[in-house]
Design a protein around this ligand. Structure first.
Ligand code: GCO
Length: 448
């Protein structure tokens, strides 16, 4: 239909990440990551699941690339596994690790699909974590070295680079609240993790470009924060929460400044760091799922309403359940209009300082079925909202759906299925869902 026409230059893609699909955690010299360690801890992951095998993509990548080719996508966003490239978190690269990504990249290019790798999607080499992980400034030096290795090896064939994925989620879920690896519960003492990831991003941008890579950006998780009511208290609480989950991570990159109150909490002085962090980007990646409703603290927080993010007691705001919308099987509200809204918010907030945008993730979890009409309805609504935002002047150049395959959904294990393609985890049989066929038609017809 006309509404879903995005023109010949728009880039359609699918997204995945290494720990969520690869498996083969102890093969070809890969070292342990924080996620291996975290999954081994009792009661950390629903059902005791781990990423040990996941989708076995490490061995089945050719089949997966064929699925992408038949889908008609022009871009594949995946992530490099840092512990495959540098098992001890530093020093010379593991040749077998680089070789795997060589095979993957060459297979993609052979299928006419552009690789768009993310350097870091949360799987920190365990030795780096043992040395303090993202709480330590020295990890930014290690990350710059790692970026240089990747650009030197793949810069000739990779046309799009993403530095870090969702620094907000690692900070909050990983170090503040402990629901993700490495499972620290530092509350607000986790703030240096935000700064060091942002600095690592900036250092990686410089290292990638110095090694000849072009077209470099970041992928952040962003959503509108809606005040739970019109009361001044709720509006103030929502604004504070908005700073914490959105602008603490995007303002330093796009404006070279932290929102009010945060700079003093960072391992300073940070003014020189902010120059590195705000190195101009070729694009800005936005991952979007659902809006959040936030009110003043009352003790009635509803964690199901917040992308699973729980907040510590004692903070002045709390998430509230967003009523009146359908929910995915993960419990996230389905609100297509919020997608266009967050894009317009970015355009208004950053103006000329916002580079072209790519949607680096968007998708939904529904049950164990290939008959996923609800995913089709979700994607149809969200794509129309995206189209509207573009008509309103937001410069969006591509949309990468999360995800190609059902995969390891972090603390939820294999219980949440985000794939266009069903995976039977007992047999590794892949079966395209109804949404896969629908998305293929959307892509084919979208040229207009
Ligand atoms: C990411 C995401 C993915 C998730 C997806 C669904 O943050 O980039 O966490 O890894 O699987 O967002 O929750």
């Amino acid at each position: 239909t006309a509404d879903l026409t995005f023109g010949p230059d728009f880039r359609w893609g699918v997204s995945t990440s290494a720990y969520q699909i690869e498996g083969a955690v102890a093969e070809d010299g890969r070292g342990p990551s924080t996620w291996d360690t975290f999954c081994a801890g009792p009661g950390r992951i629903l059902g005791g699941d781990t990423g040990e095998v996941a989708c076995d993509h490490y061995h089945r990548y050719a089949e997966d690339v064929a699925l992408m080719r038949d889908l008609g996508v022009g871009t594949y966003r995946f992530s490099f596994s840092w512990p495959r490239i540098q098992p001890s978190g530093g020093g010379p690269a593991n040749a077998a690790g680089l070789d795997f990504y060589d095979r993957l990249i060459d297979t993609l290019l052979g299928a006419g699909i552009q690789p768009a790798p993310t350097l870091y999607h949360w799987d920190t080499p365990q030795p780096l974590e043992d040395a303090g992980g993202w709480l330590e400034r020295s990890i930014t030096d290690r990350f710059a070295d790692y970026a240089e290795i990747l650009a030197a090896r793949f810069g000739d064939r990779v046309p799009m680079w993403i530095t870090v994925n969702e620094p907000m989620v690692l900070t909050l879920m990983g170090y503040s609240l402990g629901a993700h690896a490495p499972g620290r519960e530092l509350m607000f003492d986790a703030l240096p993790v935000a700064h060091h990831q942002l600095l690592a991003h900036g250092r990686a941008v410089q290292a990638l470009r110095a090694a000849g890579a072009t077209n470099v950006g970041i992928a952040g998780n962003h959503a509108p924060t809606w005040p739970a009511s019109d009361s001044e208290e709720d509006k103030e609480a929502a604004a504070l929460y908005d700073n914490l989950i959105n602008w603490l991570f995007a303002d330093p990159v796009l404006l070279g400044a932290y929102p009010p109150g945060y700079e003093a909490a960072m391992p300073g002085p940070v003014s020189d760091d902010l120059k590195v962090i705000s190195e101009p980007l070729d694009f800005f990646g936005i991952n979007h799922y659902a809006p959040v409703s936030v009110g003043a603290a009352t003790g009635r927080a509803d964690t199901a309403a917040t992308d699973g993010i729980l907040l510590p007691p004692g903070v002045p705001f709390e998430p509230r359940s967003l009523e009146g919308y359908p929910r995915t099987d993960f419990g996230w509200p389905v609100v297509p209009s919020a997608f266009g809204e967050i894009l317009r918010i970015f355009k208004d907030r950053y103006g000329d300082r916002l580079p072209p945008v790519y949607i680096t993730e968007n998708g939904c979890a529904y049950g164990d079925t290939v008959d996923d009409q609800r995913r089709i309805d979700y994607l149809d609504g969200y794509l129309r909202s995206l189209r509207q935002a573009m008509d309103d002047g937001v410069d969006v150049r591509g949309y990468f759906q999360w995800s190609l395959l059902d995969n390891f959904e972090w603390a939820a294990g294999y219980s949440q299925r985000f794939g266009l393609v069903h995976v039977d985890f007992a047999t590794q049989v892949r079966t395209p869902k109804a949404s896969y066929h629908w998305f293929r038609d959307v892509i084919a017809q979208s040229r207009g």
